[in-house]
Every structure is written in structure tokens, then in C-alpha cells.
Design a protein around this ligand. Sequence first.
Ligand SMILES: [Zn+2]
Ligand SMILES: [Zn+2]
Length: 772
Amino acid sequence: MSARLELQSALEAEIRAKQIVQEELRRVKAANINLESKIKDLEESIREMEEHVDTLKKEMEESRSRSDKGLKLPDFQDSIFDYFNTSPLAPDLTFRHTDVDATQQKSETTPSSHSTSSKHEDGKVAMVPATPPPTSQSTSLTSPKPRAHQLSIKMFSSPTQCTHCTSLMVGLTRQGYACEVCSFICHVSCKDHAPCVCPIPPEQAKRPQGIDVQRGIGTAYKGYVRIPKPSGVKKGWQRVFAMISDCKLFLYDVPEGKSTQPGVAASLVLDLRDEAFSVSSVLVSDVIHATTKDVPCIFKITSSQLISALSPVSLLVLAESEAEKRKWVRILEGLQSILTKNLLKSRQVHVLHEAYDASLPIIKSTLSAAILDRERIALGTEDGLFVVEVTRDVIVRASDSKKTCQIDLIPKEKVIALLCGRNRHVHLIPWEALEGAESTFDVKMTETKGCQALTTGLLRPGGPACLIAAVKRQVQCYEITRSKPNYKKLWEVQAPGTVQWLGIVRERLCLGYPSGFALLALQGETSPVSLVSPGDPSLAFLAQQTLSALHAVEVGSTELLLCFSQLGIYVDLQGKRSRTQELMWPSTPVAISSNASHLTVYSEYGIDVFDIHTTDWVQTTSLCKIRPLNVEGTLNLLSSEPSRLIYFSNSSSEGELTIPDKTDHSRKLMVRTRSKRKFLFKVPEEERLQQRREMLRDPELRSKMISNPTNFNHVAHMGPGDGMQVLMDLPLSVMPSSQDDSGKDRPRPLSSISRQQRSKTHITRTASGTCL
Ligand SMILES: [Zn+2]
Ligand SMILES: [Zn+2]
């Protein structure tokens, strides 16, 4: 019995043990499954990582080979170098010497180093090989101690390339150095980096270094092409010289007639770094006025005008042959992809906005402007002074019909100085006029008749307000007060020449006259300081020609930048040159404005912006016929059809003016209010009702009426790259599914949708992993 009991208990123990083992086995199996799925997940992620490493490796190799050997695009490299080696233009280009007898000699010699150096009778001629050029090693071994180039600043009369960096020598005069002995030519900034072996070894003279892809410096292609005549393709084509240099496309007019040499003032500069820059072939339908045989040789370049209200501008280019056209298109496309890869996108100093509805009739006749506050601008027009309240569409007529060429605000005395009328007198009116109140005074300063330049400021920090007006050579200084008689003459001086520009620089009066600038104490007691010191021989060239004085600006605490019609020069406060580097204008300037960091140069094709501290040319925007309306250049008039008021916002003007939302109905009218000086700019009631009826009748218009916003100003300026970045940087948090569902039916902003979608895919993947 006991044995039986024992057996039974043993059996029970065994069953229990088996159960435990089974339990254990089940647990282990579950753990195994779990582990297996985890391994699968890990394997998946390892594969992904390997792929990622592979692409990274490839990218690294690519960038290394690019930096090592320059361009590595199929076809592209060859086309550039082939072109350089067979360049038809290089021997055509000549440069003009400033000294007369050298011109004669130079024009007879070709820019080949052989003939030039053999002309020298210093006994060392034998060293110059007449037979096949040596390789670079043999030159360095056999030639005696290398001689340095004899460099001097020259003026080139046609677009010329730097022998060192191959870039275009931008500028109207004194574009760079040229060697008196050989054909070596270089930028001022390249002088210290160029090898100084004179004469230049033939292979260096011929070697086209192409472009430095890391910095985008160098010339990629050049040649003659045709563009439509100003009145359109219908009227035919005109010949221009085109050059792709330093990420920009330069076009130079070629004068008609026997002389086929292009001048040095560019007729158009387009930046390849522009977000909207594109190049493409054309269809017959794009160029209905071109002849059929021309169509395959035509390509189209599109660039933005950076204002959403304006459509991008397109330029048609007719190449000499179909093969030439393909070359241009391939090179432009290739360069653009390099720029994108190397993130050489343009830095935008000025962001352009349309400041007010272009259908406002007074914009067309605007001559001057001033920003009064965040929501008001004053416009000086052919018919007097107006104030536009940009957000409320209220227009105030502030002064009576007199042509107003300049507006100067004197906030200290609450007085406004206007340069106006046919006789260009300075007028003083009270601040209240801006609000539409009847003027308590309108003082005409009789002695300012024929005023060419006007500026205002304070006599000393915290001191009384003053106004300086220039009539021919005469400079008059007045103290301005709000109470009668409103102005009092303090002093008067004669400038060395007709005054062309006036401004306050470093608490002193700066006046510009032909080929010179001077600083004067505002109190008038000290003698003026010429900013072109006769004691500096490097500035003597200024006196030899007549250059218009356009603008001056202080650079830091020790320098001034003097801007003339041909170039910009840095000087110290004593008028001695402070930098060898001069600012080179790509085209003839028609106006110049500045802020604390940048200089904006206006020319026939648009604006070019320079960093005044580094001298870098940082922005170029083609906007034909744009002119500044105020001294700072923040408000500008674009003479398009219709004329547009353009506001430049930049880091230093941030938040200065509110940009109103524009609804481009063009049906708005100036409607008089009860006050005879105030107008509302709006769609008249009847018109509005009519418009509404029409819209409701037409289903397409109706949908437009309730559809998306039409003002994409902010989106356009953000650019696609920036936009993507914003999305990528969003945190990838896993959303609880309940919240996800509840949000499904509601419309959500773009960013939140993308975040949720991303997190959703993440959840799906992990879920499927654990199931396996
Ligand atoms: Zn030389
Ligand atoms: Zn250079």
C-alpha cells in the first residue's frame, strides 16, 4: 500500500516536473520567437545602414574627385576645355593702356609670350625657346632665376579674363594688373596668388583653368550669340558677347558697324544661383516670330524677378549653330547642378516686395519717397506730395501740385523739407500736412533756387536741426526751426566744383563734386578736408579724368568708400587710399544708395549689391529701369507696365514697413472722402456688386473666389530648400493612435500633417515586425 502510495506520489512529482518543463519550454519558445523577430528587425536596420554608408561613400568619392580634378561631369569638362583651347576670341581682345606710347607697341604685338619677350634686347632673349615649348619640369630646371612680372593697373576696353583665375575682369576702368613685358593679366585680388614667372610659361598662358567648382570662380564659356532687339523678335536679333563667369551670365552689347569689339559695360547680368534660373530649348510655338531655320538654335533662359507679383523674365538667345546651342545649354545646366550640389546658392541681401497696389494712379508719376512709419509712406510725384496709408488704403494729399523731387524729414522740428517745382526750390512744410490738415505754412527758401543736392541733419549731436542745399558750386547751410521764420542761414562756402552729391558722414558734411569728395565741419569753422588727398600718388588718376561723384559711405570707424561713376575707392579720414582693392561696377551706374553694410548700385539692367566691408559682389537682380526714390534706397520705382513701387527689405530695415496683402483687381479707384485731402483707394460699391454678380455666374471664377490665398510672397522667398529643411527638422514623436484618429477629419496645417504621416509609417513598421 505504502509502495503504491509512493509510486503515486512519484508519478505526481514526475507529472509536476513535466508540467514545469513544459511551462519552461513554452516560455523559451516565446522568448525565441521574440528574439527572432528582433533579429529580423536588426538585420533590416543593418541593411538600411549599409545602404546609407554606401551612398555616403559614393558622395564622398564624388566630391573628392571634383575637388581633385575640377569638373567631373560627363561631356561638360571636355566642352569647356575644348572651347578654351580653340577660343576664337582670345586673340581678338586687346587692352588699352593709359599711357600713349605703350598703346602703339602693344597693339602691334600679339598677346603671345614668345613674340613679346623676343622683343627685349637685354641679352636674355636666348632663354626664350623659339622651338617647341618646354614642359613645366624642364622650365623650372633649365631657366635661370625667374623674373617677376612688371605689373601696373590697366584699363581694358573689352571684357578680359584673368590669366590666373580665368574669371572675367569686371569693371569699367582699372579692372586689374597687366604685365609690361608679357601677356600676363590678373585681378588686383589675384596678384599675390599668381606665380610670378615672367614671361608666363606658354602652357600657363594657354591653360584654361576652367572653373573652381568649390567656389564657383572662373570662366566656363564665352562667345557671340544673338538676343532679340529691344522691340522683340519680330524686329530681328542683335549680336551680343556672352560670358559665363563666376556663376553669372554676362551679356555685352556689340556696337553695329565695322568694330565688333564689345564694350566693358554689361548690358545684362543674370545670376545662375538664382532659385528660378533655368535654361531650356524652345518650341516653335514659343518663338512664333523667329524663322524656322533659327528655331533649333534658340534657347531660353529664365530667371526670377524675386517678386511674386511679377512673372519670371525670360530671355531668348540665338546661338550660331545647333551644336553651339547644345553647348551653351549643357554648360549652363551643368554649372547650375554644380552650384546646387556645392550649396553655392546666392545670398540675398535685399528681399524685394511690392510696397503697394500698382494700380494706384499716382505711383506712375512718383519721383521721390520717404518711409514715415510702419504703415505710411510719403510719395513725391509730378503733382505734389501724397501720403499712402498702406494697410488702410487711405491716400492723403499732403501738399499742392508741385513736382516733388526729394523728401527730407526733419523729425526734431516736425518739419518736412521738399525739393520741388520747376525751379527746384527747397520748401518747408509742417508735419501735420501728412495727416491731411491744412498747412499752417509752406515756406519757399528763395536762395535755394536751382538746388541740385539737399541733405538734412543735426548741427551737432543733440543740437539744432540743419539743412544743407547746394546750388552749382555754392553750399548753403541753414538752421531749421518749427517756429517762424523757420530757417536761418548759418554759413555758405564754394566747393571746388559743381556739387553732385551731399550727405552727412561721421557727423560732418560730405560733398561730392567731379572727381572728388570733401568733408566739412557742419559748424563751418574748420577748413574742409579733401578726401582725395593730393599727397597720395595712387589717387592722382582721378584728377586726369572727370568722374561724377555719386555717393559716399562710412566703412567702420576709419574708412570711407567714395563712389564715382566709374569705380569705388576706399580712403581713410585724411583722404589717403586705404585699400588697393577698388570696387568695380559691372555696368554704368545711374544711382547708388547704401546702408551700414551694403551698397546698392543701380544700372540699366537692374541692381548689383556689394558688401562694403569685404568688397564682395553679393547680389544681382535684373529689374530694368528701377530707380531709388529715397536716399537709403529702400523704396524704388520700377518703370514697368504698370509702374510698381518696390520695397527692399533687408536685415537692417527689418520691420520698417508693413507689406500689405494685394488683391490685384485693378478696379480700385481713388474715391474722395468728406475731407477734400483724403481719398480711399477701393473698388467702388457699384463695381464691387457687379464684380460679385459676375463671379457667382461663372463657376470657375466662383471657385477662385473661395479658393486659396493668392499672395505667396513669403513662400516664394523661403525657397524650396529652406522649406524642406523645416519639415525634416520636426521631431519624430510617436503619436498615440487615438489622437491620430480624432485629428483625421479636421483640416490641418501642412506641417502637422506631414509630421503625423511620418510617425504613422513608423508605427506600421514596428507592428509588422513583432507579428512575424
Ligand atoms: Zn610678365
Ligand atoms: Zn583673377
